[in-house]
Design a protein around this ligand. Structure first.
Ligand code: IFM
Length: 468
């Protein structure tokens, strides 16, 4: 994976950036349901995403993760790809339904898959950042209420115990959950994600049990894998008022409470924000004594996934509307490209949370309509997709992160989402987030120019360290 050395500047952080430091971790991320496929192999049980995809009208074109990137069979080659990229770390998730049967007993074939993967990563000098829950809940648990059932939080702790015993010593950092906001709100509040429920009350309860599961899992993770860091990954977005009016400013604050503080306040301060109790209006979650202390157990790091910002206009007293910025740059998700938001939100967390742990940017990246010239099967199509918008996107977000670090925010690493094009949930395969192009007919992987530039940047960074 090489191109001319001057390609590194296409994505590289600015000169003098603290991100050039050799201890700063650069990586890429994926998740189990989005890439693995092999949905019915080696004892994997059905997950809520298998059912959701099978329900008419839930996922674009009726697509599903049955095959996805076929990573379950191609994992060794995918690790080669990671090694060629030269990343320090790889963030992936475990499919809970692959590793535990319905009685909670381990499934050795599923466990072996992740052991082999973690071992191969270690052989290649790539650190494993492992997420336990990236949304593929075993269906048998959903049949008993899913995250609405408090029991699921305890089953999650059992699962964390199993995995941290199985992978002990092979993992640099565990994340309990990826984006609990999405799991709770999109899964139980507006139904855009599995399991597809549409009740604000259920979203609040599901969130509480997700966070409780996080807290309950921490002691086992620490006991079984003492060297690893332990944390949680949250999706975050800054809100900006559409005007200077007090009402719009309040709307932006309300948005940030709903989007960020709903997850981060319990985690870092042991309580839900006051404003949430007001917003819930009779849809409050049931919180038992001691729950908030469990949720607020100390973590070693906080993973933050940043993609875009929101601009808000007040709608009545306690509600808001999103205001699309028609002249701004957008991605094919129709998400505004707003790098400054990353700096702003990191600094604002620094002010809000005295106990803010070290941060990893665990996801950042964009989807674009990347087409291989001449078709992926064409031997002449060796030329990389020139994903210019993604290269600019990454470079500007690296710079924003760098500025926040200059202002004292302790960011330790940065993971591009995603290693390769994959199953983008309700949007199916059309939305391509990868820095590596995947032809889903042939499963051929072809690094895009952003990947080549990232690899070259990482190669130069290592060479500089070696030359010291
Ligand atoms: O693909 C998702 C990922 O699974 C979670 N964070 C956002 C990404 C892009 O939508």
């Amino acid at each position: 994976m090489t191109e001319s050395p001057d390609i590194a500047h296409l994505v590289a952080p600015p000169e003098g950036s603290r991100m050039h430091h050799p201890d700063f971790v650069f990586g890429v991320g994926t998740s189990s349901y989005q890439i693995e496929g092999a949905a019915r192999e080696d004892g994997r049980l059905p997950s809520i995403w298998d059912s959701f995809c099978a329900a008419p009208g839930k996922v674009a074109r009726g697509e599903n993760g049955d095959v996805a990137c076929d990573h379950y069979h191609r994992w060794a080659k995918d690790v080669d790809l990671l090694a060629e990229l030269g990343v320090d770390a790889y963030r992936f998730s475990i499919a809970w339904p692959r590793v535990m049967d319905a009685e909670g007993r381990p499934n050795p074939r599923g466990l072996d898959f992740y052991k082999r993967l973690a071992d191969r990563l270690a052989e290649r000098g790539i650190r494993a950042f492992v997420t336990l829950y990236h949304w593929d809940l075993p269906r048998h648990l959903e049949d008993r209420g899913g995250w609405l059932n408090r029991e699921t939080a305890y089953r999650f702790a059992d699962y964390a115990d199993l995995m941290s015993r199985a992978l002990s010593g092979r993992v640099a950092a565990w994340a309990t959950h990826n984006e609990p906001w999405c799991a709770a709100y999109l899964g139980y509040g507006n139904g855009h994600h599995a399991p597809g429920h549409t009740s604000p009350r259920w979203a609040a309860q599901a969130m509480h049990h997700l966070l409780l599961g996080h807290g309950l899992a921490l002691p086992a993770l620490r006991a079984n894998d003492a060297e690893a860091q332990v944390g949680l990954v949250a999706n975050i977005a800054p809100g900006y008022p559409a005007s200077d009016s007090p009402a719009d400013r309040r709307a932006a604050e309300l948005f940030e409470t709903y989007q960020n503080a709903w997850v981060l306040d319990p985690l870092l301060q042991g309580r839900y924000p006051e404003a949430m109790w007001r917003l819930w209006k009779g849809c409050e979650p049931l919180v038992l004594p001691g729950d908030m202390d469990t949720i607020a157990r100390p973590i070693d790091y906080l993973g933050l996934n940043y993609y875009s910002r929101s601009v808000l206009r007040a709608k009545g007293d306690d509600d808001f509307d999103w205001v699309r910025q028609p002249d701004a740059e957008h991605t094919t998700m129709d998400w505004e490209v707003y790098p400054q938001g990353l700096q702003d939100i990191l600094e604002s967390f620094g002010r809000q949370y005295p106990k803010l742990p070290p941060i990893y940017i665990t996801e950042n990246g964009m989807s674009s309509a990347d087409v291989m010239a001449g078709g992926a099967d064409d031997a002449a199509a060796e030329e990389a997709v020139d994903d210019v918008q993604r290269q600019h996107y990454l470079k500007r977000h690296f710079a924003a992160c760098s500025r926040a670090m200059d202002k004292g925010i302790d960011v330790r690493g940065y993971f591009i989402w995603s290693l390769m094009d994959n199953f983008e949930w309700a949007w199916g395969y059309e939305r391509r987030f990868g820095i590596v192009h995947v032809d889903f007919d042939t499963q051929r992987r072809s690094p895009k120019r952003s990947a080549l530039a990232y690899a070259e940047y990482l190669r130069q960074r290592k060479a500089r360290v070696g030359a010291r």
